[in-house]
Design a protein around this ligand. Structure first.
Ligand code: FPP
Length: 251
């Protein structure tokens, strides 16, 4: 299916369904998150072979603070263990890992593992993986707008295009806009994930619970993506580059 000529893709995933997966098996919710980490490992491992160059995974939303403290600390422990144990494998597979979202509310020990892993994998880039933790797209846009507008004093005639370019740069931090956004677990909503970056993303929803998600599911999503015709608001022949999309005004 894939060939060298296929444009490298940025795929974003809302990894939903861990809790239900566990509950159906009579297991505590955190067991679902543990199985979810295995799915993360599988997807990262196979993504480059499927033509994916960037992967953004929604691991913990700013609204997830509403969950029981025990579940939250369970998720953070799993992340910390993943980062600690996986760095060598990430480096071997040339994966650059970064975390997006707020950092000021994360536990110190997790923060330290995040910073260490980001530092140790900074030089490699066959695949760029961004994990969204304490993430809210609206907050990210508000923060980016704050810095963009303070930079505006240097711009004689602030225009919408300049604003769009600055925000795009701040929000995508070079990972590019989202091409394909996948949500597992059966719900069909965006839940404050990558709202700006997914302006022209193709959406793929599946009933598969995240812990069951594997290479076959990812391949299926990509095959459907490649069958779709992306027009970016133009006519079929008029597919513009991602960068132009950000400043364009297509519908
Ligand atoms: C959504 O399922 C999943 C989460 C809120 C947490 C996802 C976290 C992981 C997969 C672990 C992250 C670790 C790394 C290394 C990235 P849910 O709990 O909302 O499921 P439900 O809708 O069935 O209740």
């Amino acid at each position: 299916v894939q060939s060298e000529s296929i444009e490298p893709l940025h795929v974003a995933i809302i990894m939903d369904g861990n809790g239900r997966w566990a509950t159906r098996r009579g297991l505590p919710r955190v067991a679902g998150h543990r199985a979810g980490v295995s799915a993360v490992r599988r997807v990262i491992e196979h993504a480059p072979d499927l033509g994916i160059s960037a992967l953004t995974l929604y691991a913990f939303s700013s609204d997830n603070w509403k969950r029981p403290a025990q579940e939250i600390s369970g998720i953070f422990s799993l992340m910390r263990a993943y980062l600690r144990l996986e760095t060598d494998r990430l480096k071997r597979n040339s994966v650059r890992l970064q975390v997006i979202g707020r950092r000021d509310r994360l536990p110190q020990l997790l923060l330290r593992e995040i910073e260490r892993t980001e530092h140790e994998t900074a030089a490699v880039k066959r695949l760029r993986v961004r994990i969204a933790v304490d993430y809210s797209s609206r907050d990210a846009i508000a923060i980016a707008a704050g810095s963009a507008f303070s930079g505006f004093s240097a711009v004689p005639e602030p225009s919408l295009n300049v604003a769009r370019r600055m925000l795009n740069q701040a929000l995508t931090n070079d990972a590019g806009e989202v091409d394909l956004l996948i949500r597992t677990g059966g719900e069909k909503r965006l839940s404050d994930f990558l709202l700006w970056e997914s302006a022209y993303a193709e959406l793929f929803f599946t009933d598969c619970m995240w812990p069951d998600f594997g290479t076959t599911n990812l391949t299926e999503a990509l095959e459907e993506f490649r069958r779709r015709q992306r027009r970016f608001g133009g006519v079929p022949a008029d597919t513009t580059r991602a960068e132009q999309r950000a400043i364009g005004g297509a519908h």
